[in-house]
Write a new protein. Sequence first.
Length: 282
Amino acid sequence: MASTPFSQTSHHQPRSKSLPCKPHPLILQCNQHLGSLETSDANSSSSSVFSHKLTGLQTLHDCVEKLVLLPLTQEVLVQERQEKWVDELLEGSLRLLDVCTVAKDALLHTKECARELQSIMRRKRGGEVEVTAEVRKFLASRKATVKKGKVSPSNKDHQTTTLVSLLKDVEVITLSILESLLIFISGPAQSKSSNYWSLVSKLMHNKKVSSTQEADHNEFSNVDAALQSFVFHMTRKSDNINHLQSQLENLESVIQDFVEALEILFKRFIKIRVSLLNILNH
């Protein structure tokens, strides 16, 4: 194969691939965006951090789209269309679409449940049983997201060119951020979920609240706290209703921002996949 700005030398490969002194500028740009995402605060669980990461993913995939459309990239893809890594690249593009769709659907469902919960409280006639059922529905909708969105990227078990390695890294970081988002919107950790409803039950019928571990302060955990407060103070629910509705409105705003960001990202994924298919089918 002719030398390209995407190739690298490896004594493990049967075919010699040499790397020019200066990689293509788009390769450098993609690597810069990757580095920025990889060094972002992985332990933070705020909506602003995830909004920043989703914006970073949009920029990264915009760069990847331009990279895929380069004549040199198309040449590499066409020449190696029968190679295993090309199939894995296409499979990876489907994984990104699937996880992005799961995240978006989970957010929209959570938003719908939040609105239904507000509607019940506004009608005033929502009794204890009805409110409890809607609270259960709201939190259960978030718990399901982790199970539905758990996806593992394909293993890099063979030597790859610089181009392929870059595209694999893009897939890995994208799946990692989307999976982190799913965990973020799912609420309390799964180890606590089995005890969560026993706590709600006690709050409904007891006169004092048991101490619980502090959750990270974000719109999702704030709603959890407001729900607990509302359920416990059923006899003084006017103030609690106002507080809970305010928290639910804030949550809806954050969800809408996430959904819009995911829609942009989904369109990027579609365009890249279509470009890959068009190149490989010619």
